[in-house]
Design a protein around this ligand. Structure first.
Ligand code: ZN
Length: 349
C-alpha cells in the first residue's frame, strides 16, 4: 500500500471528518481467463482500517485492470488508442465513421471496453499508415461535415508529407526484399540506406570529385562497394547493382536520389532531366567507419576527376561488367579481379 496523497474530508467509511489517505495498491485478479496485476487506488480510513472507493476511483481501477490485460495480450492500451486518434486530430465519432464502426466504439475503446484483435489491428494500421488513413478519409467525405473533413484532410496531408521519407525507404526496402539474405549480389551485407546517403554526401562535398552527375555517382558507388569487397570480403552499402549500358546502376536508384539527406539537384534539360550532386557544407558521416572512409578516399583519388565517359569506359573494361549480361545483377565475386586501382593507400591497407 502506497500513500499517494492525504486530504481532509468527510470520510464516508466512518462518517467523520478526518485526514484521509489516497493509496495505491497492486491488485491481482483474473480477467477473461488471464491473470493480471494492476494498480488500483482507494481511500484509506485510519479509524476503521478499511479501504473504500468513490465513483471516480472505481472507473480508474476498472480502466487500469483493462489496460493491464490489454498490455498482457499485446493490444493497444486505452491511452495508446486515444493517442492514435489525437495524432490525426480527429474526433472519436468521426474516426468511427471513417472505419465504419458504431459511433460510440472508439469512445468505449478509449476507456472500459477491450477491443477485439481485428479492431486492434486496424487501429495499429491507422497509427502506422497515414496513406491508408488518407484513403479512408477520402472515401468518407460524404459522411463527414465539410469543414471537419477539410480540417482532417489538411492535417493528414501534413502528416503524410512529414512521413514521405519513411514511405520512400519502405519502397526501396521492398525492392530489396529478395536480396534480404547476404550473398555475392549484395556483397555479403544487408542494405544500409544510411550508409548510402552518407557516401553520396561524402562524394558531394569534396573538390576532389568534379562534375558529380548521376551516372558518375552510381559508378563511384559500385567501385566503392567493389573495392571494399575485394579488400574486406564485404561491400559497404548492401546495394545490388545491375549491368546497364552506362555502367553499374543500383536497384532503386530513382528512389535513392530522392531520400532525405541526399544533396540532389534536378536540372531540366528540355528533353529530360539530369541530376547533379553537390553539398556546400561539412557534413557528418555518422554511419561510416574509418575504414569505409579510407576506401572512399582511394576511389576518389582514382576516379574523382574522371569525366562520365572515362568512368563508364573504365567500368566497361571490368570483368564484372563484361561477364554479366546486360540488365542482370553484377556479382561481387568478380570484384576480386577488379582492375588495378593505383593508390598508395590500398597497398598500405
Ligand atoms: Zn474514516
Amino acid at each position: 500500500m502506497n500513500v499517494i496523497r492525504s486530504e481532509m474530508r468527510l470520510c464516508t467509511c466512518c462518517m467523520e471528518e478526518h485526514q484521509v489517505d489516497v493509496v495505491s495498491v497492486i491488485e491481482c485478479t483474473s480477467f477473461k481467463k488471464r491473470k493480471v496485476e494492476y494498480e488500483a487506488q482507494y481511500f484509506y480510513c485510519c479509524n476503521t482500517n478499511e479501504l473504500y472507493t468513490d465513483e471516480n476511483q472505481l472507473q480508474y481501477n476498472d480502466i487500469s485492470l483493462k489496460d493491464a490485460y490489454r498490455k498482457a495480450e499485446g493490444l493497444l492500451t486505452s491511452d495508446e488508442i486515444s493517442n492514435v486518434r489525437v495524432a490525426y486530430d480527429i474526433s472519436q465519432r468521426d474516426l468511427c465513421i471513417l472505419l465504419g464502426w458504431g459511433e460510440k466504439t472508439i469512445t468505449r475503446y478509449e476507456s472500459h471496453q477491450v477491443q477485439d484483435r481485428a479492431h486492434d489491428a486496424i487501429l495499429k494500421k491507422i497509427q502506422d499508415d497515414t496513406e491508408w488513413y488518407l484513403s479512408l478519409l477520402t472515401e468518407s467525405k460524404k459522411n463527414l461535415a465539410e469543414r471537419a473533413y477539410q480540417r482532417y484532410l489538411k492535417y493528414a496531408k501534413l502528416l503524410y508529407e512529414s512521413k514521405r521519407d519513411v514511405y520512400l525507404r519502405k519502397a526501396i526496402e521492398a525492392e530489396y526484399i529478395k536480396y534480404k539474405d547476404i550473398s555475392a549480389l549484395n556483397g555479403n551485407v544487408c542494405l544500409s540506406l544510411d550508409k548510402v546517403i552518407d557516401i553520396i554526401r561524402y562524394f558531394s562535398t569534396l573538390s576532389r570529385v568534379t562534375r558529380l552527375y548521376k551516372v558518375k555517382l552510381m559508378n563511384l558507388l559500385w567501385y566503392a562497394d567493389a573495392l571494399s569487397y575485394k579488400m574486406r570480403g564485404t561491400a559497404i552499402t548492401g546495394l545490388v547493382y545491375l549491368a546497364m549500358s552506362m555502367g553499374a546502376l543500383p536497384i532503386g536508384h530513382h528512389s535513392i536520389i530522392n531520400l532525405d539527406g541526399v544533396p540532389c539537384d534536378e536540372i531540366d534539360e528540355g528533353e529530360g532531366s539530369t541530376y547533379f550532386f553537390y553539398l556546400d557544407e561539412a557534413p557528418v558521416y555518422e554511419h561510416l567507419t574509418k575504414d569505409d572512409i579510407s576506401i572512399l578516399d582511394i576511389i576518389i583519388d582514382n576516379f574523382g576527376r574522371m569525366s562520365k565517359k572515362q568512368i563508364v569506359d573504365r567500368m566497361h573494361e571490368e570483368e564484372a561488367y563484361r561477364i554479366t549480361p546486360l540488365g542482370q545483377e553484377i556479382s561481387f565475386e568478380y570484384a576480386k579481379n577488379l582492375h588495378t586501382i593505383s593508390n598508395e593507400r590500398e597497398k598500405g591497407a
